[in-house]
Design a protein around this ligand. Structure first.
Ligand code: PAF
Length: 282
């Protein structure tokens, strides 16, 4: 496995390859990332994983400085998972001058949910992903479905800019109790770790109610917010949306949409200082 820090070396090394697969990450890798790597491997003649903690997608009060950086263990895990190239540029390499050209995804998709609570987040994500795509020139890229809205923003960006890249989603990996794997789980205290499963449990309660024919989406959402608040969480949102565009489903169509598997339930909530997100397709 080759570790490359500059765009020039990356381009030179990748030139002979025809079908590059790419998994972008911010490092601090867990089994969820490694599953994306294993998914991408057979699709490619060379598999590139980037490790870059992207300042542009963090709000000033967020955890950019403390985001866990575990480069050496990440590289060992990537080697074992079949990665061919780790691309780990410095900030100076990727943003040698202030990145004033930015990708602004459509507000209807990117200023809701995560984008509402983390203004500018998807501008930062889209901009770095576009830049990483320009460095790697992949034929296929894999993103985790846990970041449901991010996956959708990237798909839309690739489609609207006619980038010749297949975007694939990787299923969310979960612990035995149902908590989704996430780099931010390690911020949780042991007590918070036991409580953390309530996010996916509550989303599953909403999803199951919809599958059983519930149609009052506002009541479901309200109940979910109350459940988490009463347990000491600070929920940002617990919502039912169309899978296709994350908009609010038409109230009179909810039952039919649930039957047609057209809905997704998404949630984000803070437990102590740790903000977790998750989703369940209905
Ligand atoms: O999902 C992530 O880890 C990041 O948002 C990504 C896609 C690597 C861009 O920095």
């Amino acid at each position: 496995m080759r570790i490359i820090h500059t765009i020039a070396e990356l381009r030179a090394y990748l030139t002979p390859f025809k079908r590059k697969a790419f998994v972008p990450t911010m490092g601090n890798l867990h089994e969820g990332h490694l599953a994306l790597v294993r998914q991408a491997k057979p699709l490619s003649d060379v598999l590139v994983v980037s490790i870059f903690v992207n300042r542009l997608q963090f709000l000033p009060n967020e955890d950019f400085d403390t985001y866990p950086r575990t480069f050496d263990t990440d590289c060992l895990a990537l080697k074992a998972a079949g990665c061919d190239v780790v691309f780990a540029p410095s900030e100076q390499e990727l943003y040698p001058t202030p990145q004033t050209f930015k990708i602004h995804p459509p507000a209807a998709l990117a200023d809701i949910l995560e984008g509402h609570f983390r203004p500018g987040f998807f501008v930062g994500v889209s901009t770095v992903v576009m830049k990483l795509f320009a460095c790697v020139l992949p034929r296929v890229a894999v993103f985790g479905q846990k970041d449901y809205q991010q996956l959708m923003v990237i798909r839309e960006m690739v489609q609207q800019f006619a980038l010749p890249i297949d975007i694939m989603g990787g299923a969310t990996l979960r612990y035995a109790d149902g908590l989704a794997l996430s780099s931010r789980n390690q911020y949780l205290t042991p007590d918070q770790r036991s409580e953390a499963v309530q996010l996916s449990l509550t989303l599953n309660v909403m999803a199951q109610a919809l599958r059983m024919g519930a149609t009052d989406v506002s009541a479901l959402e309200h109940q979910a917010m109350t459940t988490l608040s009463e347990r000491g969480w600070k929920p940002d949102y617990m919502v039912v949306r169309y899978r296709s565009d994350l908009q609010i489903p038409a109230p009179d169509a909810v039952a039919a949409l649930a039957k047609k598997q057209s809905l997704v339930v998404l949630g984000a909530a803070k437990l102590g200082h740790t903000r977790l997100i998750d989703n369940v397709e209905v």
